[in-house]
Design a protein around this ligand. Structure first.
Ligand SMILES: [Zn+2]
Length: 533
């Protein structure tokens, strides 16, 4: 009975998908033709895919209705898989996760089965479809194909379409214009909150974040060529990553992915982006707000995959999806092979944060190091290589700009309720003070403030030791918790991803920071603490 109902639902979904008006997910007229010399660099791989966008005669990408129907039919009758709606987008579209686990494919059960969990996320940016389509290929192979045996050692959760509204209209950002990939600590969008909720519930050991990068645009302007590599990769790059996570990324996952790309005949490089300065090429950012770096600070290895795809419509479509599938498959096989090491690294990383090691200062602000680097772009007319020397800003070697000792904890005033609640949403423990107390604290003295990127405040501060009366109803965030580093980076006022920089915690009229640091443990009994939920 249940099966026939499921089949009926699937048929209805397929009908809806067939009836839905064809949405032009991109404008083919705006896609420049690829010169034969360039096309020759990207031959179509000899693979067959059966996901919706590969149907014969297709001119656009998989729609939301097709995605929903595909997930239902693919998982139907699969005992080691389940499709769950994790939330809804701003325009009301479902955000689905497919959960794969031997035994009980239920999110609540995953943390108890002892196997490390890999989380794969596609389409945080709606105009980068290859990662989302590759996620469907991987879902098919985990459900009924050659990847299913990996579930003996790992759980896999796939969110093929994190930004369904953006994907439907082929737009980078969410419906309200927010970049979901930069919303992993501010949590303003329901889309980012779905991913943050999954991170909290799953406690994954590896997060794979699939994107596409811009082929022409700034590269043509700055270097007279198109970007060349099939795929760019970067792990979490944050100045405060624990050694366990850095080693897992650099020693295990990145080499495995590179080997897989080489075996598949795919060219690859570090992830890079253009700069306003035309001579400069930046590696991917180091801010905690990015999904990849937030994963790292949550004690998961974070891997970013970027295929050569923005601005070229369906050009090289199969090769782009093949590049993404190659990366995801390598990540899954490597995770399964190293499943014990993954659990060990996560536990070790967590202990590192719990320890509040005074010998390990907090790097509040850092910048990438400048290097000269030879790069090769592609002549858009002939496909000939165009070698250039660039100023490369490496996110692999970071230069600390502001460092401070880790305090015992932070105190926020009662007026910072919104920030306190946001911390709790991220999985950071916050206590409320039940009684007023007079305590020795470190206060920030504001040296200067200026406008940073967007609406942010970029300030310079120094610490002074004073005695302060802490009001009842203030919030206490101690650093003896597993997300201690993430918490500290949100509460230090000069941190670029911090809640002061993003005005979630307002400076007072005199420009003073209302957050205080407790250098030493106070008598917590006197504070009458109770947890904020
Ligand atoms: Zn992207």
């Amino acid at each position: 009975m249940a099966r026939s109902v499921a089949r009926l639902v699937v048929s209805l979904l397929l009908l809806v998908a067939a009836w839905a008006p064809t949405v032009a997910q991109f404008d083919p007229a705006k896609v420049p033709a690829q010169a034969p010399g360039v096309a020759a660099l990207y031959p179509e791989p000899r693979v067959a895919y059966t996901t919706p966008s590969f149907a014969p005669g297709r001119a656009d990408f998989t729609s939301h209705a097709e995605l929903t129907a595909f997930l239902a039919t693919t998982i139907e009758g699969v005992t080691h898989g389940a499709v769950r709606t994790m939330g809804r987008s701003q325009d009301g579209r479902t955000i689905a996760a497919v959960i794969f686990a031997r035994g009980d494919p239920d999110i609540a059960a995953l943390r108890r089965n002892g196997r490390p969990t890999v989380l794969i996320v596609g389409l945080q940016h709606g105009n980068e479809p290859a990662g989302g389509e590759a996620a469907l290929v991987v879902i098919e192979r985990l459900a009924r194909g050659d990847l299913a045996p990996l579930l003996e050692h790992i759980n896999v959760v796939v969110v093929p379409r994190a930004n369904p509204d953006g994907a439907e209209v082929f737009r980078r950002v969410a419906s309200d214009g927010v970049d979901i990939n930069r919303d992993h600590v501010l949590a303003r969008t329901p889309e980012a909150r779905v991913l943050i909720g999954l991170m909290r519930e799953l406690d994954p050991a590896l997060v794979v974040d699939a994107h596409e990068y811009s082929v022409a645009g700034s590269w043509l302007r700055n270097f007279g060529g198109l970007a060349r590599p099939d795929v760019l990769i970067q792990a979490a790059t944050q100045a405060n990553l624990t050694p366990a996570i850095a080693l897992l990324q650099d020693g295990t996952f990145l080499p495995a992915l590179r080997n897989a790309f080489d075996a598949g005949g795919l060219t690859h490089d570090w992830y890079f982006t253009a700069d306003r300065d035309p001579r400069v090429v930046n590696m991917g950012g180091i801010e905690p707000e990015l999904a990849r770096n937030a994963s790292g600070l949550r004690h998961a290895a974070g891997i970013l995959i970027e295929t050569r795809g923005i601005g070229i419509g369906r050009t090289n479509w199969k090769r782009r999806v093949f590049s993404q599938v190659t990366a995801m498959e390598a990540a899954l096989r490597t995770a399964a092979k190293n499943h014990v090491a993954l659990n060990v690294a996560r536990d070790e990383s967590r202990r590192f944060d719990l320890a509040r090691d005074s010998a390990r200062p907090l790097v509040v602000r850092a910048r990438p190091s400048p290097e000269r680097r030879e790069m090769v772009f592609v002549d858009p007319a002939s496909g000939a290589p165009r070698p250039v020397t660039v100023e490369w800003r490496s996110s692999l070697k970071l230069i600390p700009e502001v460092s401070r000792p880790r305090p015992w904890g932070y105190v926020l005033p009662p007026s910072a309720m919104a920030a306190a609640r946001r911390l709790v949403e991220l999985g950071i423990a916050v206590d409320t003070l039940g009684a007023e107390a007079r305590l020795p604290v470190e206060r920030y003295r504001t040296l200067a403030t200026e406008r940073g990127a967007g609406e942010t405040i970029l300030g310079r501060f120094e610490l002074e030791r004073v005695e302060e009366t802490i009001a009842a109803g203030s919030f206490l965030v101690t650093l003896d918790q597993r997300l201690a580093t993430l918490a500290a980076l949100l509460l230090e006022p000069d941190s670029a991803s911090g809640y002061v920089a993003h005005r979630l915690v307002a400076l007072d009229t005199a420009g003073r920071v209302p957050i205080l640091r407790l250098a030493d443990a106070p008598d917590t009994h006197v504070l009458a603490l109770h947890p904020l939920r």
